[in-house]
Design a protein around this ligand. Structure first.
Ligand SMILES: NC(=O)c1ccc[n+]([C@@H]2O[C@H](COP(=O)([O-])OP(=O)(O)OC[C@H]3O[C@@H](n4cnc5c(N)ncnc54)[C@H](O)[C@@H]3O)[C@@H](O)[C@H]2O)c1
Length: 253
């Protein structure tokens, strides 16, 4: 019988101090997995401690995924804490908005380093860990609606999220034969801190976006749970290089 059970699995979730990454981590904890929450924000330690106090198997590592040394050390520390690794979720991400004519190159680097370069490196580290364990493992990357659309004033974000989809396919191709599934979720418009500017109801984009969502509401961290559990479970063993929208139907319009 097909299994969606991830109880006992060991997961690293980056960007788990808040927002969608926290939603994924919480879903995994509720499903009985052990989760190491990885974030640059030290509040991730409190978040993990609160889950642990509720009886969930949660721990934390604090590091900036943009820093090569810190990222690699934190990954190793997380694997040690977990006693191995079955699932990697790369939810850490950032947004920067400027008219494209004025977009500073430093901000381009900032967005690309966090949203794409660190994802490349962490996927590689996870695959090497899975191979050292004998193969098998799940990687879930974070794409976006801006994987499919160009957007306005967010050229670095759009380029980085387009890159995440291509990277997901490229890695999936090389690693599927070793039982490593690399897939991505593409959240739609979600009510998190990243969208504070768009969620301002005096911003005309707020109404425009909300009217376009067939589900007629913005998504929440809880909306991430079902699909990411599926992608971490045996039920998705034959899925590779897929980019799955979690968007209330936005892309279908
Ligand atoms: N909110 C949306 O509508 C939306 C839509 C599509 C995709 N996404 C993607 O989902 C992911 C999560 O976004 P969110 O909306 O929850 O945003 P958020 O800002 O609420 O959370 C992002 C988390 O990533 C962490 N982070 C940022 N830079 C980091 C770094 N250098 N090292 C380690 N951690 C870092 C932050 O501290 C934070 O906890 C991102 O990859 C984002 O691009 C969000």
């Amino acid at each position: 019988m097909v299994s969606f059970d991830i109880a006992g699995k060991r997961a690293i979730v980056t960007g788990a101090a808040q927002g969608l990454g926290q939603g994924v981590a919480e879903g995994y904890l509720e499903a009985g997995a052990t989760v190491c929450l990885f974030d640059v924000n030290p509040k991730v330690e409190e978040v993990a401690a609160e889950y642990a106090a509720q009886g969930y198997k949660a721990c934390a590592v604090v590091a900036d995924v943009r820093d090569d040394t810190a990222r690699a050390e934190a990954f190793t520390k997380a694997v040690e804490k977990l006693g191995g690794l079955d699932i990697l979720v790369t939810a850490a991400g950032v947004q920067r908005r400027y008219p494209s004519t004025e977009f500073p190159i430093e901000e381009w680097d900032f967005v690309m380093d966090i949203n794409l370069r660190a994802v490349f490196s962490l996927n590689q580290a996870a695959a090497n860990q899975f191979i050292a364990q004998g193969g098998g493992g799940k990687i879930i990357n974070f794409a976006s609606m801006l994987t499919f659309f160009g957007g306005y004033t967010v050229p670095a974000y759009a380029a980085s999220k387009g890159g995440v989809a291509q990277l997901t396919k490229a890695f999936g191709n090389e690693w599927a034969s070793m039982g490593i599934n690399v897939n991505a979720v593409a959240p739609g418009y979600m009510a998190t801190d990243m969208n504070t500017a768009l969620l301002d109801q005096s911003n005309p984009r707020y109404k425009e976006i909300t009217d376009r969502i067939p589900a007629h509401r913005w998504g929440t961290p809880d909306d991430m749970k079902g699909v990411t559990i599926f992608l971490a479970s045996q039920a998705s063993d034959y899925l590779s290089g897929a980019i799955i929208p979690i968007d209330g139907g936005y892309l279908s319009r």
